[in-house]
Design a protein around this ligand. Structure first.
Ligand SMILES: [Zn+2]
Ligand SMILES: [Zn+2]
Length: 401
């Protein structure tokens, strides 16, 4: 299909103000992961008013909507996450959060508003869309990974979705620009916890007990050598210990110590050996000190790898609507994690960043800051890029249907 770029821009400009208003209302009423009830209700009301069909209550508060194009059995997916963070907002915007201790500090209010704006534009074009468009309003990105549950609930079926796109706001990038990270974009992560058991006794008579604190300290420092000596230095593996608890009083040998952390790898083949080395190092250290230990792992999100073919199509589409100068390629991946990665493992996936830094702003507050305050102009960029990406992918994929 062909479309007129100026007409597309006009459609986006027509829905922009409404998208901003919707974003501000979400921003004022943020809800934590697994509790996005009012957010979901607001999205459903909006979809109702647009006449777009949907199923709600998926993976908790998730909503899966479909805009049916010429082919009702095949389509493209767009995902927006919708949960907020446990933070007290410290900005002075007029639409500041009214929910104590909860804030949209990761921009998921913006992602949701963009997806609704995109839905509004694509819905007007539905008669000439070669295929259908699935809209994923996904809960619980910040905690349990709502993406996985939405996929397990069958959201990639009927219409069959072969490609999914998603975006994230980024205040390191100028508003109006977008950024692609080819290949591995985000890390896979696995949380771990270690409990060391010894025997407490008087601090003056250490041989009466078994110190648990000392081997635990040795483990925490030793774990860093796992990265530098057991894993390849050219393939990123990051081990962070962020919590350590032991002891009750300065003159008591501690009988138990507990610490927890997270492993991050870009290439998932590094995760099994990283886990084994951590386990071996902790067990043998405990043994050397006469203590015992238990190591537990909990796999979190897989790594996020962008599809090269999708990237080339979408980059082409963005050059037309934004101009080449507004497209940045960043070869450096992030060791952060995002559950959009589940879509990349089940279909072709492309995740990109949209700029949210105001002109002239030097050090804007980043995501997860209680002063995060992105430039809302990114909503316009978000809607036009999601729309252009969907049109391009449908055009390319429909050639093989
Ligand atoms: Zn976040
Ligand atoms: Zn986020």
């Amino acid at each position: 299909m062909t479309y007129d770029i100026n007409h597309l821009k006009e459609l986006v400009n027509q829905v922009y103000d409404e998208a901003v208003t919707f974003r501000r209302s979400l921003h004022m009423h943020p809800e934590l992961s697994e509790h996005e009830e009012e957010t979901a209700a607001a999205i459903c009301r909006r979809l109702d008013s647009l006449g777009i069909r949907y199923s709600s209550g998926i993976a908790g508060n998730g909503i899966s909507a479909v805009i049916y194009g010429k082919n009702p059995n095949r389509g493209v997916g767009i995902r927006a996450d919708m949960d907020a963070l446990p933070l007290t907002e410290k900005t002075d915007v007029p639409f500041k959060s009214v929910n104590p201790g909860v804030m949209h500090a990761c921009g998921h209010d913006i992602h949701t508003a963009i997806l609704l704006g995109t839905a509004q534009v694509l819905n007007q074009m539905r008669d000439c869309l070669p295929g259908s468009v699935r809209l994923f309003f996904q809960p619980s990105e910040e905690t349990i990974g709502g993406a996985k549950q939405m996929i397990e609930a069958g959201c990639l079926e009927a219409p069959r979705i072969d490609s999914v796109i998603g975006l994230h706001v980024d205040t390191d990038i100028d508003a109006g620009d977008v950024e692609f990270i080819p290949g591995h974009m985000n890390a896979a992560s696995t949380e771990f916890s270690v409990t060391v058991k010894g025997k407490s006794c008087h601090g003056a008579h250490p041989t009466d007990g078994i110190d648990a604190l000392l081997p635990a300290c040795s483990m925490v420092t030793g774990l860093q050598s796992v990265i530098t000596r057991r894993m390849s230095p050219v393939d990123p593996v990051l081990i962070t210990v962020g919590r350590f608890i032991s002891g009750t009083k300065g003159n008591i040998i501690s009988g138990e110590a507990e610490f927890s952390g997270i492993i991050r790898v870009l290439d998932m083949k590094n995760m099994p050996p990283a886990k084994k080395y951590i386990s071996d190092m902790c067990t043998s250290t405990a043994e050397a000190y006469g203590a015992t230990c238990v190591v537990n792992f909990r796999d979190s999100y897989p790594s996020l790898e962008n599809d090269a073919v999708l990237l080339s199509w979408v980059k082409d589409a963005f050059s037309q609507v934004l101009g080449k100068d507004h497209i940045k390629i960043n070869e450096k991946p992030s060791l952060g994690a995002d559950d959009f990665s589940y879509f990349c493992h089940q279909s072709r996936g492309l995740y990109y960043n949209i700029g949210a830094r105001r002109p002239g702003e030097t050090r804007p507050f980043p995501i997860h800051s209680d002063r995060f305050n992105p430039d809302e102009e990114c909503i316009r960029t978000g809607i036009i890029t999601e729309t252009a990406a969907v049109l391009k992918i449908l055009q390319e994929e429909s050639k093989t249907w």
